[in-house]
Design a protein around this ligand. Structure first.
Ligand code: ACO
Ligand code: ZN
Length: 462
């Protein structure tokens, strides 16, 4: 069978009479759990568990967090695309390059037992809907932030920010697959989204038990309980630099609290697919956001930040722990990161590439922040229209110029009129902005931030 990479049609598919002839790399429609859809999926791994053949599938047009183990009845063997002999796929969708850290020896975990699938299914429906939203948006966005920015990072360039212990490699069957079935973190049981290089003895377990305060990981609840007797932390290490209405931020130096920083990176990798992770945490600061109750300060999310960034990055990686997602905490983390930049008197931008959810969150934050300024601006004189320059918007918000411009373009606000650029706000956009701001209940109060930026460049060593 000869198939052109760019030109794959249904008729190129082969009817496969037996699932036994399916091999890794085959592409075929697969019933996505929790939905009525049968999207095209690639078989990443085939395994026999207790006499039942199980297939680890990746839905070609969907984020990897939806990858899952399925059994035979989920496969539509009437339309199978077999892999080409040279090992490439025949649908023209290449596997992105990825980077992960450390020499690891983790194998893909076993198919997840039935009960835990339910948690995945809720996510599947949501993520499928999200993917549709993103696909439809992707077509509209300018080239600087189009599909490319959602793809995996370029191969690493050796430099001062990249640790020697980091290993660059092509996405392989091991790191493409989720290897941790479940984690328990405080009161939450969370299903991981992606591979993370936990030690071999930790993967393939039904659950990894993580101390929610120091982030050490344990094989069993018993081990964790023993640890909790000794562990007297009730909050992340480092300095509490912000507190308001139960929300706190702790600043952690990746050099001073190396083990915590590494455990945090490892935990975060379960939900971050596309970012480089470092064993060398020295060049980073970690800002951990917590919510407080009578049991302690519980981690909600974090972002990391290079002590010195030549590219004006003010965030390296950002994460809201899944149980807290979609409640406004992501925007709170982003707002905090810009507040730090304001204190530094700089503009900043998140490190690229952004994930699908990262892009959505930043776009929404930038749009709301810039609209807030435009809408509340006062005219200079009577009968005058308010005036502002892009640079002034940057100064007021610490949002980097290119992000301000792309936001104004995305919102379709810039018009060219009588030889100059003007921003025209209509009633609809003002109304929907006001509504959106009303729903942003938790905000950062700069008065509660007790922090002075350090000039890391002046220090001999971080
Ligand atoms: N589906 C649709 N929209 C979503 C979803 C989702 N699953 N998650 C967030 N959004 C939208 C929200 O609707 C909101 O936009 P709106 O206010 O205009 O409606 C916006 O994104 C932010 O929502 P929050 O509730 O403030 O953000 P959340 O706490 O969910 O955190 C984050 C967002 C940090 C990106 C989270 O999804 C996450 O941790 N994802 C996994 C890790 C990741 O991808 N991080 C970003 C990588 S890029 C980088 O590190 C620089
Ligand atoms: Zn602990």
């Amino acid at each position: 069978m000869k198939v052109e990479m760019e030109d794959l049609h249904e008729e190129d598919a082969t009817v496969c009479d037996s699932v036994n002839s399916l091999v890794e790399g085959c592409r075929l429609p697969v019933h996505m759990k929790g939905t009525d859809d049968w999207p095209l999926a690639e078989l990443i791994s085939i395994k026999e568990i207790l006499g039942t053949k199980c297939y680890y599938v990746h839905y070609v047009d969907f984020n990897k967090r939806l990858d899952e183990w399925v059994t035979e009845e989920y496969l539509d063997t009437r339309k199978v695309h077999f892999p080409r002999r040279d090992g490439t796929s025949n649908t023209g969708v290449s596997t992105p390059k990825k980077i992960h850290f450390g020499e690891v020896n983790s194998r893909p975990s076993s198919p997840i037992p039935a009960p835990s699938q339910e948690i995945l299914n809720g996510n599947a429906v949501l993520a499928a809907a999200l993917q549709k939203k993103i696909n439809s948006r992707k077509r509209k966005v300018p080239t600087t932030e189009n599909e490319d920015s959602l793809e995996a990072p370029a191969p690493p360039v050796p430099g001062p920010r990249q640790s020697g212990s980091m290993v660059a490699h092509h996405d392989d069957v091991v790191t493409r697959m989720k290897n941790v079935n479940m984690i328990e973190l405080g009161r939450h049981r969370i299903k991981p989204w992606y591979f993370a290089p936990y030690p071999q003895e930790m993967v393939n377990l039904p659950c990894i038990y993580i101390c929610e305060f120091c982030l050490k990981y344990k094989k069993s609840r018993k081990c964790l309980e023993r640890h909790l007797v000794k562990c007297n932390l009730k909050h992340p290490p480092g300095n509490e630099i912000y507190r308001k209405e139960g929300v706190s931020f702790f600043e952690i130096d990746g050099r001073k609290n190396k083990q915590y920083a590494q455990n945090l990176c490892l935990l975060a990798k379960l939900f971050l697919d596309h970012k480089t992770l470092y064993y060398d945490t020295d060049p980073f600061l970690f800002y951990v956001m917590t919510v407080f109750d009578n049991r302690g300060f519980h981690i909600v999310g974090y972002f990391s930040k290079e002590k010195e960034s030549t590219e004006d990055y003010n965030v390296a990686c950002i994460l809201t722990m899944p149980p807290y997602q979609r409640k406004g905490y992501g925007k709170l983390l982003i707002e905090f990161s810009y507040e730090l930049s304001k204190f530094e008197g700089k503009t900043g931008s998140p490190e690229k590439p952004l994930s699908d959810l990262g892009l959505l969150s930043y776009r929404s934050y930038w749009a709301q922040t810039i609209l807030e300024i435009l809408i509340t601006m006062n005219p200079v004189g009577e009968n005058e229209k308010p005036q502002i320059t892009i640079n002034e918007i940057c100064e007021l918000t610490s949002i980097k110029k290119e992000d301000v411009i792309s936001t104004l373009q995305n919102l379709n606000l810039i018009n060219y009129y009588k030889g100059q650029y003007i921003i025209a706000l209509n009633k609809d956009i003002i109304d929907s902005h006001r509504k959106a701001m009303e729903s942003r209940k938790i905000r950062i109060d700069p008065k509660c931030l007790h922090w002075t930026p350090k000039d890391w460049g002046k220090r001999a060593k971080w």
